[in-house]
Design a protein around this ligand. Structure first.
Ligand code: SAM
Length: 289
């Protein structure tokens, strides 16, 4: 039975193994059963599901996942946690722990081998220092995904969910919303973790779109434009893109495309919707003349 999600049990196991938290691995373990329940419910894990957990820690959420899913693979970088996981997960035959760096695992291949290439669910209390590379890696490396339900820093959850014209809107908002529908499930205060993080946290569910909400003929170009315009936030879109080394178009070409879209010459990138970035990309690449 899942029994780790409380402070007493967590302290007991940490003391037994004389475990020392490694700050560099973003270790903040969940100690609140209500939050664990909320995550599992938001992820809608069923006995049909293959679940990938990133950073199982001492296995608190892994136990919950194992009880609800068909199969769980949990990837943990810290080898000091492996003996602990062997004990806490010994009662579950449907869990595999891989002692690896999640950023180096071929997840598309894992999904192919373990789940016949069918969409997987990702559920995790993420190590915050690598939130963006983990999430973007899942989307960009074409891992077959049903949904990603994860604990992240509160500000990062907000950035993923907001639309144009707000201060948090940026390349991450657009990238996430191109691939998925974001929904903030709950805000979680620092006292639900051990040790307490210095920031607020939120659980966010990203439900993978079956088809992207916009179509850009050259997806790579669209993302270069998005990144370049938010790298130079204080410049107008024309100046930002016209000067960006990664954007292979002159200022005049950008000016023409922006005018063709009926936008003011001084428009800023942060006001553009995903559909407008797709159109800009198609105009620049000659797919719209
Ligand atoms: N799931 C546990 C819980 O909720 O109590 C632990 C969550 S803790 C925020 C993040 C976990 O990710 C830690 O166990 C940490 O060691 C692990 N981790 C950090 N970097 C990692 C990486 N690159 N690959 C795999 N796991 C990593």
């Amino acid at each position: 039975m899942a029994d780790l999600g409380n402070p007493r049990k967590t302290i007991e196991i940490l003391q037994k193994y004389q475990f020392r938290f490694a700050k560099k691995f973003g270790q903040n373990f969940l100690i609140d059963p209500h939050v664990l329940d909320k995550i599992i419910r938001a992820a809608q894990v069923t006995k049909d599901d293959f679940v990938l957990e990133i950073g199982p820690g001492i296995g608190t959420m892994t136990q919950y996942l194992a009880e609800h899913a068909r199969e769980v693979v949990a990837v943990e970088i810290d080898s000091n946690l492996i003996p602990i996981l062997e004990e806490t997960l010994s009662g579950y035959s449907n869990v595999t722990v891989l002692n690896e760096d999640i950023l180096k695992v071929d997840l598309a291949r894992l999904a192919e081998e373990r789940n016949g290439g069918k969409p997987i669910k990702v559920v995790a209390n993420l190590p915050y220092y690598i939130t963006t590379p983990i999430i973007m890696g899942l989307f960009e490396k074409k891992v077959p995904l049903d949904s990603i339900t994860v604990m992240v820093q509160k500000e990062v959850a907000e950035r993923m969910q907001v639309g144009p014209g707000t201060k948090d809107y940026g390349a991450l908002s657009l990238a996430v919303q191109y691939y998925a529908e974001p929904y903030i499930v709950a805000n979680v205060p620092p006292n639900c973790f051990m040790p307490r993080p210095g920031v607020g946290s939120s659980v966010i569910r990203l439900t993978r779109h079956e088809k992207p909400p916009v179509q850009a003929a050259d997806e790579k170009l669209m993302f270069s434009l998005i990144r370049a315009s938010f790298n130079q936030r204080r410049k107008t879109l024309v100046n930002g893109l016209g000067n960006a080394p990664e954007v292979p178009f002159s200022k005049e070409e950008v000016e023409k495309a922006v005018a063709g879209m009926g936008l003011p010459a001084a428009v800023r990138g942060e006001t553009l919707t995903l559909a407008q970035f797709a159109e800009l990309s198609d105009r620049l690449s000659g797919h719209i003349l």
